[in-house]
Ligand binder design. Structure first.
Ligand code: SF4
Length: 64
């Protein structure tokens, strides 16, 4: 799984980190970031939920 965060689109709403806290976090500026070692989602089914939860559609999930 590949996860892409469009930081130009992200508004720092934090829904991704709330929805899938084992994969997403927020950086010092409040924008979404992937946790170290979880760049591939770590098999967490909540990744897709997090992508849906993002109010601005900044997260793209694709199978690699
Ligand atoms: S939910 Fe979307 S807008 Fe909010 S921090 Fe995550 S990627 Fe950014």
């Amino acid at each position: 799984m590949e996860i892409a965060i469009d930081k130009d689109v992200c508004i720092g709403a934090g829904q991704c980190a709330l929805t899938a806290p084992n994969v997403f976090t927020q950086d010092d500026d409040g924008f979404s970031a992937l946790l170290p070692g979880r760049e591939d989602g770590g098999g967490d089914p909540l990744v897709r939920e997090a992508a849906r939860a993002c109010p601005v559609g900044a997260i793209t999930v694709s199978e690699s």
